[in-house]
Design a protein around this ligand. Structure first.
Ligand code: TRP
Length: 331
């Protein structure tokens, strides 16, 4: 029995933070023993909204790769690659575009939402409209069974299934229907209590130093109604407690929660527990980051080998695709 295929991607649109770690990377690591995994850096996707200034692209791609490896992805187990190095994704994208009704793309919720949210860039482009279709090509080209993502990506998975079905109807069964594997922590709050996001400047980055992490947690907002040390607090109103739910043991959660409600502990005491737990998780990551950052050649070799392997799998599908459409050969 061959293993089922898993595929997922991450955009190099900024430095990765602890939300990406628990929302994506840790899941990816968990899956690599059980499935045939393909994980990639979606550099073309980053370009759909960051096309005007690409000066940071290379750094972000490197940051994603280093963090994937530091979080525990093993290039011997999983195929790790860059989207732009498997140009067959673009070929499938163009072929899928032939059968994709415009209205399907226009009604994807992220299309309008992001256009409203992003003010400093013009997202009225063909590339941005086609974002979900490029994602469909990413998934279908590996004939993936499972796609680990956050719930925000479910509309993209839905359109992927619809497009795969439509292609199969026109030309014959090529693509299986991929299923989403939802992550346990799709949203992590940032230091200000809003969703952790580089646009809000509220991230704890995996590339932050221990000092920076400590400083960011120490200055985090807490229950706004707990002003004096003697005030009783409500942990549910504190973003610090939200992070405890992800990074601390149940016993510690109960302890800080009780301490907060009774004013038994102060906010700094509570934050110290969180800092300790973050350090435990981040220390091995920091160590491995340092190792890889000193060895850019090793990084280049890993992405080159992974991209070559991914390309073999993608090429296999593309032969099928060209054949069923009638593009493969004249005889
Ligand atoms: N859109 C995804 C995100 O922002 C990234 C992505 C691109 C992706 N292609 C993919 C995820 C294919 C899963 C499968 O998170």
């Amino acid at each position: 029995m061959s293993k089922k295929r898993v595929l997922s991607g991450i955009q190099p649109s900024g430095k990765l933070h602890i939300g990406n770690l628990v929302g994506a990377l840790q899941n990816w690591v968990r899956l690599q023993d059980e499935y045939e995994c393909y994980y990639f850096i979606a550099d073309w996707h980053a370009l759909t909204s960051q096309y005007a200034d690409t000066s940071m692209l290379k750094d972000y791609v490197q940051d994603v790769l280093v963090n994937c490896l530091a979080a525990g992805l093993d290039p011997e187990k999983a195929t790790i690659f860059a989207q732009s190095r498997v140009i067959e994704h673009a070929e499938l994208h163009v072929l899928l575009s032939m059968v994709t009704p415009l209205s399907w793309l226009e009604r994807v919720p992220t299309f309008k939402e992001k256009q409203v949210e992003v003010k400093d860039r013009d997202l009225n482009t063909y590339g941005f409209l086609g974002y979900p279709l490029l994602q469909s090509a990413d998934i279908l080209i590996y004939r993936a069974h499972y796609v680990p993502v956050g719930v925000d990506q479910m509309p993209h998975l839905e359109i992927t299934r619809e497009i795969g079905r439509r292609f199969n109807n026109f030309y014959g069964e090529v693509f299986p229907e991929p299923e989403g594997l939802l992550t346990q922590f799709p949203k992590v709050v940032g230091t200000d209590g809003r969703k952790m996001s580089k646009t809000y400047d509220n991230c704890v980055f995996l590339s932050d130093s221990p000092k920076e992490v400590e400083q960011k947690i120490r200055t985090m907002t807490t229950d706004p109604q707990r002003i004096k040390r003697t005030d009783k607090g409500d942990p549910e109103l504190s973003p610090v407690f939200h992070l405890h739910k992800i990074f601390s043991s149940k016993a510690e959660q109960d302890e800080v929660s009780e301490g907060c409600r009774t004013a038994g502990i102060g906010c700094i005491d509570c934050k110290k527990v969180l800092i300790k737990n973050l350090f435990t998780i981040l220390e091995p990551i920091w160590e491995k980051r340092e190792h890889y950052l000193k060895k850019p050649d090793e990084l280049e070799d890993i992405i080159t080998a992974g991209s070559k392997k991914a390309r073999e799998a993608a090429t296999e599908t593309m032969h099928r695709v060209r054949e069923v459409i009638g593009l493969e050969s004249l005889i």
